[in-house]
Design a protein around this ligand. Structure first.
Ligand code: ADP
Ligand code: MG
Length: 326
């Protein structure tokens, strides 16, 4: 085997090379938002782990209540992306010190969201160490109903929920990449700190959508996972990508960066046949959640971006990769 320089190994190369093996008893292994193993009769158990590391996924001085919420929200979002119903989760926690008020806030934020979704904390592990939260969630999905990344078909519409880019817009302000006026920052900040997992949407899309995932690393990169696993391509209208009034008021270059490559919004991107447009509109109304058609799946591979006039447009930025070469 040729020697591989660490810098050449991306996050996804690393997972593929060292941790992906054919599954034997599981129905679906590494490579989707959740794995699927046999569950209660007529169901698969959807399982996903997501880890948050201080200084990497959140600022060390983050409000503990928001951190507790976010740690569970990003995990529930992977269940949502499969169309699974949350059941239970475990919490592995590394803490530099045990500070009662901080812990009460962290637990309060996490367990309030857990109660909202009927998802029980059933175990975990606690140790002293650099602040890290690693959660594993379990959910139910009826057999053959999971919204998998490999199920997109040519001709499908591509949809996204909610609005994209606000979490990235808030992050850019915190990092000093750009500065927002205080009222605008206050509006977008909750999208970064306390994201809403689209659980009800994922479940409503069973039998309606073909493929789905949650946008955790940015639309371009995440949609790319659907395209490669489904062996299809896509045409996406960049101007159709839904954005908040705050983001729509920013310079064009910032808007593009945020809607195309901004991670952390935890909206769903899904594909569905054109015959489902009315059903999808009805789901959006019932959930009071905007659902926007932004493009189409094509038989030829690759992601092509166009503007509202249909002219090709380029975007050079990449989505997030923890091990990308600098
Ligand atoms: P998501 O953004 O939906 O949480 P990731 O991009 O983190 O998914 O991971 C991509 C896929 O690789 C998922 O199926 C995940 O379960 C799997 N994966 C990530 N890290 C590992 C690992 N260390 N061992 C096995 N599988 C992994
Ligand atoms: Mg995911």
């Amino acid at each position: 085997m040729p020697h591989v320089q660490p810098a050449q190994l991306s996050e996804f190369d690393l997972i593929r090379r060292y941790f992906t093996r054919p599954v034997r008893k599981a129905a679906l292994g590494v490579g989707d938002d959740c794995a699927l193993v046999e569950g209660r009769p007529g169901h698969h158990l959807a399982i996903s782990t997501d880890m948050l590391v201080s200084g990497r996924h959140f600022f060390p001085d983050v409000a503990p209540r928001a951190l507790g919420h976010k740690a569970l929200a990003v995990n529930l979002s992977d269940l949502a992306a499969m169309g699974a119903e949350p059941r239970a989760f475990t919490l592995a926690l590394a803490l530099p010190e045990a500070e009662p008020e901080w812990l009460a806030e962290l637990a309060g934020g996490m367990l309030a969201l857990a109660d909202e979704h009927g998802c029980e904390l059933v175990g975990g592990d606690t140790t002293r160490g650099p602040l890290t939260l690693s959660l594993t969630v379990f959910g139910d999905v009826p057999l053959r109903a999971a919204l998998r990344r490999d199920a997109a078909r040519p001709g499908d519409d591509i949809w996204v929920s909610g609005t994209l880019g606000d979490a990235r817009l808030a992050l850019g302000d915190c990092r000093g990449e750009w500065l927002l006026p205080e009222p605008e920052f206050t509006q977008v900040r909750p999208r970064m700190d306390t994201p809403t997992p689209r659980v009800a949407l994922g479940m409503a899309l069973r039998g309606v959508a073909h493929a789905a995932l949650d946008i955790s690393d940015g639309l371009v990169g995440d949609l790319g996972h659907i395209l490669s696993r489904s062996q299809v391509g896509a045409l996406v209208d960049v101007d159709a990508l839904p954005r908040s009034a705050v983001l729509a008021g920013q310079p064009e270059a910032i808007q593009r960066e945020c809607v195309l490559a901004g991670g952390d919004d935890y909206e769903l991107c899904f594909t569905a046949p054109a015959g489902q447009r009315d059903a999808i509109a009805a789901i959006g109304e019932r959930l009071a959640l905007p659902l926007t058609r932004v493009g189409a799946i094509t038989p030829e591979p690759g992601l092509r971006l166009v503007d509202r006039a249909g002219n090709p447009t380029r975007y050079e930025g990449a989505s997030f990769d923890h091990f990308a070469a600098p």
